[in-house]
Design a protein around this ligand. Structure first.
Ligand SMILES: [Cu+2]
Length: 252
C-alpha cells in the first residue's frame, strides 16, 4: 500500500501479509513520531523567552503535567500491542507453521554459490532423476514447496526478496521452511549474511513458471539427469544425479 513503489513484486502467498505489517508499523510509529516532532518544535517556538516574559522550567513531575504524559502513553502502548499481535501472527504463519507440501527442494549454500536440488518427474527427493542446478531455482506457480536449507561451510542466508523470505543457513543443520509462489517471473535470490570475500558474488535466480511450463521443464531435465546417470561414459550410478549434493563442489 504505502511502500508499494519501493518494494519488489510480492511473489509468495505470505508476501502481502508481511507488506501489510510493514504498512501498519510505518503508520503506527510514523504518525506519533510526526505528531511529537510537531509538538516539540511548536512548544519551543510558542513558549520561548519573549520581551517581558521569562522562559519557565517545568520538570513535568506535578500531577497536572504528568497527566499529559499518561494520556500519550495509552495510544502508544495500544499501538505497540497491535504491532506485537500482528507480528506474532505473521511470524507464526511464515516460520512456525509448516503447511502440507506438494514438492520439496534442497537449497545448499557454500562459499560462494547456491546448489538447488529439485525432485525429478517422480516428485521425490534423493532419487536418480533429481535435477541439480547451480544458482538456478525452478519452481511452479501456486505450488506449496518445503525447502531444506543447508550450508557446506559458514553461515549464509537464503534471501528471496520477492517472497519476503529470509532464512539463515547454519553449518551442520538442515533447516526446513516453506513458500508458495503466486506470480510467474524470474527474480533475484541473494545471500544476505556476510559469508566471506565473495559474499557479494553469491546471487542466484528463481524462475517461477506456470504449472504446465514447469512440468515440461521437470520432464526434460529429469530425463537428462537419468540419461547422464546411465551414460556409458559416466558409468551406471556415477553420474551427477547419483552424487550426493554435499559431495559436489562448485568452483567459480
Ligand atoms: Cu553466503
Amino acid at each position: 500500500m504505502i511502500l508499494d513503489s519501493l518494494l519488489p513484486a510480492a511473489a509468495s502467498s505470505y508476501a502481502a501479509d508481511i507488506d501489510t505489517l510493514f504498512d501498519v508499523i510505518t503508520l503506527l510509529v510514523g504518525i506519533p513520531f510526526l505528531i511529537s516532532c510537531y509538538l516539540f518544535f511548536a512548544f519551543i517556538l510558542r513558549f520561548k523567552a519573549k520581551e517581558g516574559h521569562k522562559a519557565m522550567y517545568i520538570t513535568g513531575t506535578e500531577h497536572k503535567y504528568m497527566k499529559w504524559i499518561h494520556r500519550a502513553h495509552i495510544p502508544i502502548l495500544t499501538f505497540d500491542l497491535v504491532i506485537v499481535v500482528m507480528a506474532v501472527q505473521v511470524w507464526y504463519d511464515v516460520k512456525q507453521d509448516l503447511p502440507e507440501m506438494e514438492s520439496e527442494v534442497r537449497v545448499i549454500a557454500q562459499q560462494w554459490a547456491w546448489t538447488f536440488v529439485h525432485p525429478g518427474a517422480d516428485n521425490v527427493q534423493g532419487t536418480a532423476d533429481d535435477i541439480t542446478k547451480i544458482n538456478e531455482l525452478h519452481v511452479s506457480i501456486d505450488k506449496l514447496y518445503h525447502f531444506k536449507l543447508e550450508s557446506r561451510d559458514v553461515l549464509h542466508n537464503f534471501s528471496v526478496p520477492v517472497f519476503r523470505l529470509k532464512q539463515d543457513a547454519v553449518p551442520g543443520r538442515v533447516i526446513t521452511g516453506w513458500f508458495e509462489p503466486v506470480i510467474a517471473g524470474e527474480f533475484d535470490i541473494q545471500c544476505a549474511e556476510i559469508c566471506g570475500i565473495g559474499h557479494g558474488l553469491m546471487p542466484a535466480r528463481i524462475h517461477i513458471s506456470s504449472a504446465s511450463e514447469h512440468a515440461a521443464w521437470v520432464q526434460r531435465e529429469s530425463a537428462a539427469a537419468l540419461a547422464q546417470t546411465h551414460s556409458p561414459f559416466t558409468g551406471v550410478g556415477t553420474g551427477p544425479a547419483n552424487v550426493k549434493p554435499e559431495l559436489q563442489l562448485v568452483t567459480r
